[in-house]
Design a protein around this ligand. Sequence first.
Ligand code: HEM
Length: 422
Amino acid sequence: MSENPPIEVGANPADIARNRALGAGTIDDPYPRYDELRTSGPVHALSLSDAFDLGNMTGDFGAKGRTQFSCYDWKTVDTVLRDAETYSSESYALSLGAVIGRSMIQMDGPEHRRSRALIQPFFTRKDMEGWRQRWVQPAVDRILDEILSRGEPVDLYTELCAKLPVYTIASSFGVAPEDVGRFHELAVTQTGLTNSPQDRLRAAEEIADYLKDVIDLRRQEGGDDLIGVLCNVEMEDPEDGSPERLSDAEILAFARLMLPAGSGTTYRMLGCLLFALLESGQIDRVRGDADLLDAAIEECLRWEQPLTSVMRLVTRDTELSGVKIPEGSIIHASLAAANHDPARYHDPHLFDIDREKQPHATFGVGPHLCIGMHLARMEIRTAMAGILDRLPGLRIDPDQKKPWITGLLFRMPTAVPVVFNA
Ligand code: HEM
């Protein structure tokens, strides 16, 4: 548990309230407890909040009333996430799906594959240079221009990390630059588990109203941004093979999924990376060394993954690593504990950018492996290049409160206050 007073970590009030409810300022170092849980057995009849004595943490996502289990070692987490027949993503219907509509993240089997295949071609590694030039580099330049024109003191966490991913996704949808800030608030409100259902639905509706105008325009005039691509995608009706297009509702569900999936995660991750490189004094090592910067990004993804746990609905009575689990239960698979499993990583709690390469679980495993992982990595790389280039002599501001990483379901720095040589 944290010994620090309550903190305000987040980009706006909805974000701050959500972070607090999910353990920010309460759980600073969950790793010893993960070790304890992993050592005492692979599967526990505990929800994530029970495992940390957090009361009914809203992060247990509408699973209240169901029997809950959680697992903490690499092998068991990997088994759960690869076996979508037994461990279904329909679990998301209990939380995210209720607000954003049915989207690929809550689908399984052929329905999931079909839905994912529609947008996968837009997110390949080779598409990233196009994304960078069109949406990411302009966003990085604009944010750094704003920072430089305002001068110090700067909290890079709220002034850069929080803005970049949402600017990127929103511009890829065709949202006008002046509306991006409002979009950010709405994106956080729609998924904010501490907000009332009415507020969340209202935010989802406002996003839908805005995007419907973009969809109408793209249907009439075409366009090669993300909404334009989704409007024009052609597929076969699974029943009779006739050609069909996505409906407005399907496009909106895609778009409403992308906002939270692509923004909250990447912004926390970039914050953790800046914190880790600055705090450990290794920021100068990655300057001008693209390979080492990539290694630092991968290591930070493993060391402080922004989203620490995902949950699945158990579809049949089963046995997992020797523990019987009844149909209808929820299982929380801890990506964070898997990433710190000493059976897979030497000295796992250490941030070691020279570590030997070993895949991590941060983007998930199996059929739902994050579709935006190349985008997230490229955004982080582009942001770091801009920061290193335009903020020379970057260091933690010694006159501000010392930051630290906190949170249970999401991990994030409390702030990244910096000074640089203007
Ligand atoms: C560091 C940044 C990111 C992290 C840590 C992350 C993490 C994850 C994880 C763990 C999953 C799997 C969820 C599950 O199995 O239940 C996932 C899925 C997904 N992510 Fe990401 N993500 C990041 C960035 C992004 C970005 C930038 C986008 C797109 C704009 C994105 C879009 C998605 C989508 C659409 C899915 C669902 C895929 C499916 O159901 O097949 N993510 N992400």
